[in-house]
Design a protein around this ligand. Structure first.
Ligand SMILES: Nc1nc2c(ncn2[C@@H]2O[C@H](COP(=O)(O)OP(=O)(O)OP(=O)(O)O)[C@@H](O)[C@H]2O)c(=O)[nH]1
Ligand SMILES: [Mg+2]
Length: 480
C-alpha cells in the first residue's frame, strides 16, 4: 500500500518530479529517525539498581521468575448477583482471558479450569466450605503445580489459607501480569516501570513470619529507597519523552496514537497502515510494552507518525496501571486517537468500556471531553466475523486482509487535516515561479498540473497549515 501511495505521490505531470521524490524521502527519513524515544545513558538502569540492592534481589526471587514453568489450575470466582456483578461480560469469557494470560507465559500450561459463583470475594478462604472441599479434592488429585485465582489481587491471609488448602502456590492477576511484563520488557523504560510495579506487590505479600524474621524497618527503608530511585529514573525519561514530543510538534508532524485492549491488533494495524516490516504482531497479551513510532503516508501523501502503545486489560490493580501512564502520555497528546476494537471478540463491549473508562480516569473528566472528538473507533479482525454490525461511527477493517483500510485512511486523513489545522487546496500559481519553490519548502505539494485555461500558470494541489497559508497569501496574493 505504501508503495502505491508513493507512486501516487509521484504522479504529477511536469516540473519538480525528482524534487518531490527527494523531499518525501528526506522527510520520511526524519520521521523514521524518531521511531523510538531516545534513552540517555546517564539514566540508572535496573541492573545497576539491582546490583546495589542485593537484599531486594533475594526478596524478589521469592516472588517472581518464570524459570520454573507451572501447570496451573485456573479458578474464576465471580459475583453472581448484586451491584458488583459484571454485566458486559460472562464468567466463561473471563475464564478464557485468564487462560490466554497463562498461555502467554509459555511453557506454562493449563491443567484445568472452572468458574465458581459466589456472593462475596472477601472471605478468608474466598469459597464456602462446600466449594472449598470440592476444589481441594480436584486440585490435590490433579497434576496442578499452582492455582491461578483470576482476581485482581488476593490478600496475604487469603493466599496463605488457600495454599494450605490446595497444597500448591496461589497466584492472582497482579502476579501473572507482572511475570508477563517482565518477559516482554525490552527497553530500559519498560524495565524500570515493571521494576516499580513489583514493589507494592512484594510489600503486600510479606507474611507475619517475614516481618518477624528480619529487621522490618530496614526492609521498609530498602524498598522505599528503591522505589524512589526508580521513580527518579522514570521521571527523567518522561522529561526526555516530552522533549521528543515538542521536537515532533515543532517539525509539524501530526501523530496518530493507536490504543486499545491487549491483543486487539494495534501493532498489526500499524504494520498494515505504515508498511513497517520490522513490526512483529504476536498472539500474546502485552506483546507491546514500549511506545514506538512508525511513519506512514496518508492518501494525500501527508506524513503521519503512528504511535503504538501498551494494551489495556481489566481487573488489574491501579498501581500496575500507574506504572504505564508514561507510555500512554504520547497517545493522549496525539493529533488523532485510533481506538482499535477486536470485533470478533465476545468481550468487545466490556473491553471498550474498560479502555474508555481508564482513559477518562487518566485524563480527568474535562480533558477527556476534549479528546472524545479526536477518537476514531476501528473494528479490527472483521475477517473473522460473518456479519458486521452496522454500528454508527465504527469503521470495520482487517489488518490481516487489508479490508476497509482505504476507507480508514480517508477518515483518518480528514480528521488529521481538521485537528492539525491543515487544508487541502488547489492553488493557481505562475508556472516555474517563486511560489512553487516556497510551497515545496513550507507545505506538502501533492500534484502540479498545467492550468487548462492559461499555459503560463499551473495548478498546485497542496496540504498547507492555516498559518503557512496566511503567510503565502501575504507574500504572493496571487492564489485561487
Ligand atoms: N484474523 C485476524 N487476526 C488479526 C488481525 N489483526 C491482528 N490479528 C492477530 O491478533 C494477534 C494480536 O495482534 P497484535 O497486533 O500483536 O495485537 P496488539 O493489540 O498489538 O497486542 P498487544 O501489543 O499485546 O496489546 C496476532 O496473532 C495477529 O496476527 C486481523 O485483522 N484479523
Ligand atoms: Mg502490540
Amino acid at each position: 500500500m505504501l508503495r502505491a501511495l508513493f507512486s501516487k505521490s509521484q504522479r504529477f505531470k511536469r516540473g519538480s518530479g525528482s524534487y518531490l521524490k527527494w523531499r518525501t524521502i528526506f522527510s520520511f527519513t526524519k520521521l523514521q529517525q524518531q521511531k523510538q524515544f531516545p534513552e540517555s545513558n546517564d539514566i540508572l538502569c535496573t541492573s545497576e539498581i539491582d546490583d546495589k540492592d542485593r537484599e531486594y534481589q533475594e526478596l524478589s526471587s521469592r516472588f517472581f521468575g518464570v524459570e520454573k514453568a507451572y501447570n496451573c489450575y485456573i479458578i474464576h470466582p465471580y459475583i453472581k448477583w448484586g451491584p458488583k456483578k459484571q454485566i458486559l461480560t460472562t464468567p466463561e469469557d473471563q475464564l478464557e482471558e485468564a487462560e490466554s494470560l497463562i498461555r502467554t507465559l509459555d511453557p506454562w500450561t493449563v491443567e484445568g479450569k472452572v468458574v465458581v459463583p459466589l456472593t462475596s470475594l472477601d472471605k478468608k478462604t474466598i469459597f464456602g466450605s462446600g466449594n472449598l472441599e470440592k476444589l481441594r479434592n480436584t486440585i490435590r488429585s490433579s497434576k496442578a503445580t499452582a492455582v491461578f485465582m483470576n482476581m485482581s489481587t488476593l490478600k496475604i491471609m487469603q493466599i496463605e489459607e488457600l495454599e494450605s488448602q490446595f497444597g500448591v502456590p496461589i497466584f492472582d492477576r497482579y502476579k501473572i501480569v507482572i511475570e508477563i511484563l517482565r518477559l516482554h520488557a525490552i527497553s530500559k523504560h519498560a524495565k524500570l516501570q515493571v521494576a516499580l510495579a513489583e514493589i507494592p506487590y512484594i510489600t503486600n505479600r510479606l507474611t507475619q513470619k517475614d516481618i518477624a524474621c528480619s529487621n522490618p524497618e530496614k526492609r521498609k527503608l530498602m524498598l522505599h529507597s528503591r522505589e524512589q530511585k526508580l521513580k527518579a529514573a522514570i521521571k527523567k525519561l518522561r522529561t526526555q519523552h516530552e522533549m521528543t514530543r515538542n521536537r515532533r510538534k515543532s517539525l509539524e508532524f501530526p501523530s496518530v496514537a493507536v490504543v486499545g485492549y491487549t491483543n486487539c491488533g494495534k501493532t498489526s494495524l500499524i504494520k498494515a497502515l505504515s508498511n513497517d516490516k520490522d513490526l512483529q504482531p504476536r498472539n500474546q497479551l502485552f506483546a507491546t510494552l514500549d511506545v514506538t513510532m512508525h511513519a506512514g503516508l496518508l492518501p494525500s501523501t501527508l506524513e503521519v507518525l503512528y504511535v503504538d502503545t501498551v494494551g489495556f486489560i481489566s481487573d488489574i490493580p491501579t498501581t500496575l496501571i500507574e506504572c504505564f501512564i508514561a507510555t500512554l502520555e504520547d497517545a493522549l497528546f496525539a493529533t488523532v486517537i485510533l481506538h482499535v476494537e477486536d470485533i470478533s471478540s465476545k468481550k468487545r463491549k466490556h473491553q471498550r468500556n474498560h479502555v474508555l473508562q481508564t482513559l477518562e480516569n487518566l485524563l480527568g473528566k474535562s480533558l477527556w471531553k476534549d479528546k472524545l472528538n479526536k477518537i476514531i473507533t476501528v473494528g479490527n479482525k472483521c475477517d473473522l466475523v460473518e456479519e458486521i454490525d452496522n454500528e454508527s461511527g465504527l469503521i470495520p477493517v482487517s489488518a490481516k486482509t487489508g479490508q476497509g483500510l482505504d476507507k480508514l485512511l480517508k477518515v483518518l486523513e480528514d480528521a488529521v487535516l481538521k485537528e492539525s489545522n491543515r487544508r487541502l487546496l488547489t492553488i493557481k500559481i505562475p508556472f516555474g515561479g517563486e511560489e512553487i519553490r516556497w510551497l515545496y519548502k513550507n507545505a506538502t505539494v501533492k500534484t502540479e498540473e498545467e492550468n487548462p485555461d492559461d499555459s503560463q500558470y499551473e495548478n498546485a494541489t497542496v496540504i498547507i497549515s492555516e498559518a503557512k497559508y496566511h503567510q503565502f497569501q501575504k507574500q504572493f496574493c496571487n492564489h485561487r
